[in-house]
Write a new protein. Sequence first.
Length: 329
Amino acid sequence: MAHGSQSDTRKKLLELFAEANGDFISGQKISEILGCSRAAVWKHIEELRKEGFELEAVRRLGYRIVSTPDKVTANEIQLGLKTETFGHFVHFEEEVASTQKIALKLAYEGAKEGTLVISELQTAGRGRMGRKWFSPKGTGIWMSLILRPPIPPQKAPQLTLLTAVAICQAIQQVTGIVPDIKWPNDILLNGKKCVGILTELQADPDRVHSVIIGIGVNVNQTVEQFPEDIRTIATSLAIEKGERIKRARLVQEILLQLEKLYHQYLQHGFRPIKLLWEGYAVSIGKKITARTLNGSIKGTALGITDEGLLMLEDEDKHIHYIHSADIQL
Ligand code: BTN
């Protein structure tokens, strides 16, 4: 298991390379800043190479980073990460059953807010409403973030909506594509699902202990890589954009946008987030069917409440407030 608690030295080295922006840094300078020998610097460089970082070493000039691998290890995520705390601790594993399960365990053991669990492959990825989440190796982002918001438990669904907005902003920033949100938290590109969000809450009746935000993003899959039964309803960013995307870069941007919105939310409440959410929402003002556990309701989606519930007006002008459902447009 490649653990995320990498040494501070390694972290500093990656920060130095990020600051250098592709320019050379001399071995002397690196060893002075890191406070270690030139031989130790060389060892760190070798380890980064083993992980797939391409590093050039030139006598008298030093080292420079040529390219980073399309992996989602702690190193790739932390190289150039601009957040204050989110993702500063990364728990990476090549393969897991579900990142949610690990994050839940870490949260229970007291992991800090902003701790990220991420993996290249999930063998039992969990979706909403007891469904499975298809999480093949090396093509998507399968991650879970631990939050400890000082809010009452009934407000936790707002964090799901907040996350959807943050991911839309991040996708827009990295790819230029503007996604749609289908209530509560599906992110669609050209009507097909590209991102799923699963929020799990640990709380007492009056206090939240932790919220695990599970995020699954289809990034680099080709059409053929999706199982046939979901090909018509699922897509990836690469399919829509026509080129591959560096997953770690997108993870960084998701963490950054999430952290910004989360701070805004804790300071100013849900209103500003709700406005942003409505800007991305496709279902508002449209006739939809909401399939809840207690049956289906047809009507017009009016919007969301300040708590994040969907307001659906049926033919008799009766307004239903929906907590959880599948929406058909
Ligand atoms: C949905 O059904 O739309 C939600 C899917 C959430 C999938 C993500 S992938 C990372 C995290 N780990 C899981 O097992 N599920 C979530």
